[in-house]
Design a protein around this ligand. Structure first.
Ligand code: NAD
Ligand code: MG
Length: 328
């Protein structure tokens, strides 16, 4: 494993150079503001009609339409949704200077060949392991969110050096930057969110809720047990791994964890995880997701509505409304 820290980074390679950030959402805002506060020359590229334009202006940034924004860029960072990166690249490619570095915060567009960059360009990845709000907050507090770095095309011979300087600019080098490949970052990121973080966790919560409610228990009590209290456990895991969780839960909870966890996440679940990973690795997931976008996302909208209409949402909304210390 290769891990870089601030001592390994030479940020002078970006002095006086322009860094263009395309998109101003979760990641875009955090990267643009952190880089600006680190002393870099930042331009934000947005559609003049888009909702983020006024926000970026109000944050004191230099904002231009995408084509103008890339014209003098040394780095062009793509922080729009993954599914619009192909069209956006095609619309700005003729304005990107020779020898510039294209950067991404997630490898999807490059790994699945949605974007096939000109051969004179560097192609690199700096993927913070956290949402944009955290990337900004940690930077402001003098810390950083760890990042992954990868180089997919090294036209200039110093693509890694440039990417690491960028990582330092957003604060990531303070926490460490691990070297990876576009394939590893893309496939593990997709697997994590599908099998564990988003898909796995929410399905586990809903299945637990339904099991209790179908057995006759009150939905409110079920909600507290399977959704509300999850945060307490996740915080312990985040701060100190399995060891810290085991230290803070009761012996009864720990015993139940160890004998029942493997009954729920059993050989069938593990086989399903392998299937999910296979779909990611062989491109099936990407192909279907791209097609869904091209079709106007009917399945996406239908399944999202089913999630939002679930009884756990109604119960949760009422109970959360009584806990005024929760942030919506
Ligand atoms: P987002 O949805 O929060 O923001 C997208 C931004 O792009 C918005 O400002 C939107 O106005 C703008 N935009 C949309 N279409 C555009 C177009 N055609 N031209 C110019 N701008 C356009 O996106 P995000 O969640 O910040 O994701 C950006 C990238 O970062 C993605 O590659 C994503 O995979 C990656 N990433 C996200 C997270 C996260 O936690 N959100 C974490 C790591 C990596
Ligand atoms: Mg779900």
């Amino acid at each position: 494993m290769q891990m870089y820290s601030e001592a390994d980074v030479d940020i002078t390679c970006l002095a006086e150079r322009q860094i263009t950030i395309l998109g101003y959402g979760s990641q875009g805002r955090a990267h643009a503001l952190n880089l600006k506060d680190s002393g870099f020359n930042v331009v934000v590229g947005l559609r003049a009609s888009g909702a983020s334009w006024d926000k970026a202006k109000a944050d004191g940034l230099n904002v231009m339409e995408p084509n103008a924004a890339v014209k003098d860029a040394t780095i062009v960072m793509f922080l729009t949704p993954d599914m619009v990166q192909k069209a956006l690249y095609q619309s700005v490619v003729d304005d990107i200077p020779q020898g510039a570095t294209l950067m991404f915060a997630h490898g999807f567009a490059i790994h699945y060949k949605q974007v096939e960059p000109r051969s004179d360009l560097n192609v690199a990845l700096i993927a913070p392991k956290g949402p944009g709000g955290l990337v900004r907050r940690q930077y402001e507090d003098g810390h950083g969110v760890p990042c992954l770095v990868a180089v997919n095309q090294d036209a200039s011979g110093d693509a890694l050096k440039i990417a690491l300087a960028y990582a330092a600019g957003i604060g990531g080098a303070r926490a460490g930057v691990i070297e990876t490949t576009f394939a590893e970052e893309t496939e593990t990121d997709l697997f994590g969110e599908q099998a564990v973080l988003c898909g796995g966790a929410t399905e586990l919560i809903v299945a637990g809720f339904e099991t209790l409610v179908e057995a006759g228990y009150q939905p409110e009590v079920a909600y507290y047990e399977v959704m509300h209290e999850l945060k307490l456990i996740v915080d312990l895991l985040h701060e100190g791994g399995l060891k810290k969780m085991h230290k803070f839960i009761s012996d009864t909870a720990a015993w139940g964890d160890m004998i029942s966890g493997p009954r729920v996440v059993d050989a069938a679940s593990r086989a399903a995880m392998k299937d999910v990973l296979n779909d990611i690795q062989d491109g099936t997931f990407a192909r279907n997701w791209i097609a869904e976008n091209e079709n106007g996302m009917p399945e996406f909208k239908r399944m999202m509505q089913t999630d939002l209409d679930h009884p756990i949402e109604k119960v949760g909304q009422d109970l959360r409304g009584r806990m005024d210390w929760l942030e919506e």
